[in-house]
Design a protein around this ligand. Sequence first.
Ligand code: AMP
Length: 374
Amino acid sequence: MILPGATLGVVGGGQLGRMFTMEAQRLGFRVVVLDPDRDAPAAQIADAHVARPWSDPTALSAFASQCAAITTEFENVPAEALRALAAHVPVRPSAAAVAPTQDRLDEKALFASLDIAVVPWAPIRSAADLAGAWHAISGPAILKTARMGYDGKGQASVATSEELFAAYEHLGPAPCILERRVTFEREISIMVARGEDGSVVTWPVAENVHVNGILHTTVVPAQVPAALSAAARETAQRIVTALDYVGVMGVECFVVDGALLVNEVAPRPHNSGHWTLDAAVTSQFEQQVRTLTGLPLGNTAPMCAAAMVNLLGDLWAEGEPQWDRALAVTGVRLHLYGKAEPRPGRKMGHLVALAPAADTALMLALKAWQALQE
Ligand code: AMP
């Protein structure tokens, strides 16, 4: 067990690393961040910062030498970098547990091995697979690169085989998957944490709305039948257990004809779990600290209903948003990540509204978000 007072390392200095750092520091740990950006959101508040890329072996050992244990905040940290760090100190989740989630082809194979239902899909390992994949899916589809996609990046909607060939030229040529574009009733996600001793906890199922492939709102608890929540919980538990995963993971799902189809997993805390900082007994970031240090897993119970709205750089089109207007809405909490440059589509912060019921929380969160745009 690693106790408060020790120094923890986080690979990546974005907003997830920043919220991890805040929670770790609240618990009395020191935090070192590895990120080449001198002004990275987590680096601004960390106790120490190694401003070097993870591709630099000297930086990795300099970073590891300061840490009692290391975690990540970004799913695409190369498994080799995690392995190199693990030669010095415990790394959680491990390279082996993260690797299958970094490639959509491997991830689909994992789901198949666990009998987890997914949308119809076909592999495209090279251009030679394009015609066969189109034949297999034959209809509106989404081409996704196997590696390095996030927030709708590395994806293209296609409706004809010509569009598929053109999109592959544009995105690739690299291994991809072609997925049928499904009409879902709703999107849900479940946050799950697994400790070193194999114990697993989940937070209540969240309901998500994406706009242009980027998360827009999350509401908790999701308005779904108890059996669906139980299926989501059980699925998440099976995934982390099969991977021998130690840490926090987000499992994103579609609900189609009342049934659960898993879309993808994120091997780290997830945007749809940000509400836990405000409304759960233990936040996803505190849980990341607990799983990393071997402390007991915390209670995941919600203290009330919550709704989150992401604040993208687009909000800054006319200058700094008028924060006072959002903060005037009752029950609203504001989180800003300290990013200097508000680019369109860039996650700059989020709002969370707390209320006794989910629909009220969503109404308040959207009201605050709209007030920022007036
Ligand atoms: P992903 O990067 O796979 O999480 O995709 C981002 C978002 O695009 C998802 O959360 C959905 O809103 C949408 N999306 C992705 N795949 C599909 C699909 N096969 N059918 C319909 N919508 C999808």
